[in-house]
Design a protein around this ligand. Structure first.
Ligand code: PMP
Length: 372
């Protein structure tokens, strides 16, 4: 079976598994404990992992807070900023094509009296920068915009969004879950981004572990938010709870591998995407419409309409040979909010399949389409 649902999750790399195993067995210490070796070893392993994630993102170690993944990071940042700065303002800006962990957190905040603006997007799912600019007021406490879309792969112009938020002195959070390891990120080049979320399992790390980037100011003070988890004060008090050392080590190794192979992986994903596009165009002549943009996108995500074919039926038919998806949160009763926001009709949404590649795939693997 050829797995083409790498935007949903990825297989952990053998190197990641090997790095994790000792921390499930002999190295079982709690990194918050003191004086004895297994605790010291666990503490050092967490330190190294934090360093590999900070160097992958271009920030400092202290700015990385380990969480259970992007859902938690998104909730922690959005609700945490809203609570901490509620006296300053009650306005939050996001977009219509965010992941549910952003949209639902915002909807929750609306029930608490916050006002949320959900920006429209263009045909490829990108926000309009001048609309963003015009909508920021002195009551705006947070802008939360997805960096790269999970259904379409489209990249927002994060450079300009970062500049706008910096200039207007508004906190910017970005959900970077789909871009980490597929796009070179250097947070020193995006000073407007104060918060970022990511999940290890999207880049060949384990599930249930992720990070929140929280930027520090020039006095070395991390941006303040109210924590979701109160307790023992781990992770600088932002995320209490005993650290999942094995998962953190796995995330660190996956981050290290991603950084080492970044340019080659990007090149390979671009090549595989081109090859798969050619195969699909040959096989399904005249039947396809590509929803995704050709440029400014995450390499390896294809969103394709198969004209007149129900996506659920096709995905089920393909399932023994090829794992693909109808796009997250898309079912016959609840069509994808992302495809809806880019203006597709309900029929077009129901014809859409997402294929998402990984650099671990070989060109020959894709020839399976010719054998169907
Ligand atoms: N944001 C985006 C863009 C995602 O694709 C996902 C995972 N589908 C998440 C957030 C949530 O990540 P997790 O399930 O690892 O918490």
């Amino acid at each position: 079976m050829l797995y083409l649902d790498n935007s949903a999750t990825t297989q952990i790399l053998p190197e990641v598994r090997s790095a994790m195993l000792p921390y499930l067995m002999e190295e079982y210490g709690n990194p918050s404990s003191k004086y004895y070796l297994v605790a010291e070893n666990a503490k050092n392993a967490v330190k190294d992992a934090r360093n590999s994630i900070s160097s992958l993102l271009g920030c400092t170690d202290r700015e990385i807070i380990f969480t259970s993944g992007s859902t938690e990071s998104n909730n922690m940042i959005i609700k945490g900023v809203a609570d901490y700065y509620s006296e300053k303002g009650n306005h939050i800006i996001t977009s219509k094509v965010e992941h549910p962990s952003v949209l639902e957190a915002c909807k929750f905040l609306e029930t608490k009296g916050f006002e949320v603006t959900y920006l429209n997007v263009d045909n490829f799912g990108r926000i309009d920068l001048s609309e963003l600019s015009s909508i920021i007021t002195d009551k705006t406490i947070l802008v939360s915009i997805i960096w790269g879309n999970n259904e379409l792969g489209s990249l927002n112009d994060m450079k300009t969004i970062s500049e706008i938020c910096l200039e207007r002195d508004v906190f910017l959070h970005t959900d970077a879950t789909q871009v980490v390891s597929k796009v070179a990120i250097d947070l020193t080049e995006f000073p407007g981004i104060k918060f970022l979320s990511c999940s290890a399992h999207k880049f060949h790390g384990p599930k249930g572990i992720g990070a929140a980037f929280i930027r520090k100011d020039r006095y070395d003070i991390l941006a303040k938010i109210t924590p979701l988890m109160h307790g023992g004060g781990q992770e600088e008090g932002y995320r209490s709870g005993t650290l999942a050392v094995h998962n953190i080590v796995g995330m660190g190794k996956a981050g290290e591998m991603s950084q080492k192979n970044l340019l080659n992986n990007i090149k390979k994903l671009c090549f595989l995407e081109g090859y798969l596009t050619t195969i699909l165009n040959d096989k399904f002549k005249g039947m396809l419409i590509f929803n995704h943009d050709k440029e400014h996108k995450i390499p390896g995500i294809l969103s394709v309409q198969f004209k007149g074919i129900n996506n659920e039926i096709l995905v089920k038919k393909l399932a023994p040979f090829i794992a693909a998806s109808t796009g997250s949160a898309c079912s016959s009763s609840k069509p994808s909010h992302v495809l809806d926001a880019i203006g597709l009709s309900i029929d077009q949404v129901r014809n859409t399949i997402r294929f998402s590649l990984s650099a671990t795939i070989e060109k020959e693997d894709l020839n399976i389409f010719n054998e169907l």
